[in-house]
Design a protein around this ligand. Structure first.
Ligand code: ADP
Ligand code: MG
Length: 336
């Protein structure tokens, strides 16, 4: 998660509280057609066999729909879901008590699963494989470990850092889905859906303009839509068009390509402090005062995918497109 310093209207730091916007079925989940197909087949097979579904791993940058997909799995399977996260599990005992209280068929959603402590991780993959947890009873020399059988359950793990999961844990997932940034057309559809739910009137062209500025991310698209909704209310507008979107988002300094402040800070540091690179992640992180993990899992994937920067064997470099983007931004800043 980005540091507060960089949080802005496009920042990924605060959860969008609006439950109304969360799709509850695979059908209403916009975009990601391949993933939906796989999920549909997988869940349907389990339902037809009347068996607990195999474990599922969802990976990808923040705000792309991992938590939403976990909720959808629980609704489609019509099973309850228990929610925890890697950082919330401080001691293996915490995990043991969650595991031993699960019901048959229940989903255990573990957000940020890559941040589970090592011992808990080991306990988890035994539980996932053998549906068993070893509980320690007593202390000191008299302590004994007693195996406790668990009901069959489904772990849905979410992670922004798939690469950080140890392979024994990785191999326990029967399905691993990687969510990718959304295309502008998909986000435009999402914005249209959300605008309907929130009763914000907005033209098709405006949906597309908003989509282009949403950094490929549903959470950002929804948040920007709400700010456009504020504009519509305050300015007494019938239906927001492209110009309204531009004007409203200018107030929040949303970049025309959807880059947020961390993205721009990163590109600027590459260009100005490091002469365009190559530079190592650690040095970049130090200059930005940001942790390396955030840079690697939150900012870089989008910048690299969109061709603003690249990762070479020698380090990170800015691309001509990245450089152009910075100079256009600066011209805008210093004109009139
Ligand atoms: N494919 C989608 N279709 C519609 N809305 C979505 C989709 N993916 C995400 N959202 C919306 O974006 C918000 C962020 O999604 P979330 O599942 O919390 O992301 P993640 O867990 O990957 O950070 C949710 O509130 C949800 O309303
Ligand atoms: Mg989430």
């Amino acid at each position: 998660m980005p540091d507060d310093k960089f949080s802005s209207v496009t920042g990924a730091s605060s959860e969008l509280s609006d439950e109304k916007l969360r799709p509850h079925t695979l059908e209403s989940f916009v975009g990601q057609s391949e993933i939906k197909k796989q999920m549909h087949l997988f869940l349907n097979a389990a339902k037809k066999r009347k068996k607990t579904a195999d474990h599922i791993l969802l990976s990808g940058p923040p705000g792309l729909g991992k938590t939403t997909m976990a909720f959808i799995a629980s609704e489609e399977m019509q099973v309850p879901m228990r929610i925890t996260s890697g950082p919330a599990v401080q001691h293996p005992g915490d995990l043991a008590s969650i595991l031993s209280s699960l019901e048959e068929g229940e989903i255990l959603f573990i957000d940020e699963i890559h941040r589970l402590p090592k011992v808990a991780e080991e306990m988890l993959y035994i539980a996932m494989e053998d549906f068993r947890v070893d509980v320690m009873v007593g202390k000191g020399p008299g302590a004994a470990s007693i195996p406790l059988a668990l009901p069959h359950f489904t772990v849905v793990g979410a992670t922004t850092r798939e690469g950080m999961l140890p392979s024994p844990l990785m191999t326990r997932f029967g399905l691993s889905l990687r969510l990718d940034y959304y295309k502008p057309e998909e986000l435009a559809e999402l914005v249209k859906r959300s605008a309907g739910i929130l009763s914000i009137s907005i033209t098709e062209g405006a949906c597309m303009e908003l989509a282009r500025r949403s950094r490929g991310t549903p959470r950002i698209a929804n948040r920007l839509l709400k700010r456009v909704g504020d504009w519509v209310t305050v300015e007494n507008i019938k239906a927001a068009d492209e110009e309204d979107v531009k004007k409203a988002l200018e107030i929040y300094q949303v970049d025309p390509c959807g880059l947020d402040r961390l993205d721009i800070a990163l590109l600027s540091a590459l260009e100005l402090q490091f002469n365009g690179g190559p530079v190592g992640l650690k040095n970049l992180a130090a200059v930005l005062g940001e942790n390396a993990e955030t840079i690697e899992s939150v900012a870089e994937p989008y910048l690299i995918r969109e061709g603003f920067m690249a990762r070479t064997r020698k380090g990170r470099v800015i691309t001509p497109k990245g450089r152009r983007h910075l100079s256009v931004g600066r011209r805008d800043l210093f004109s009139d």
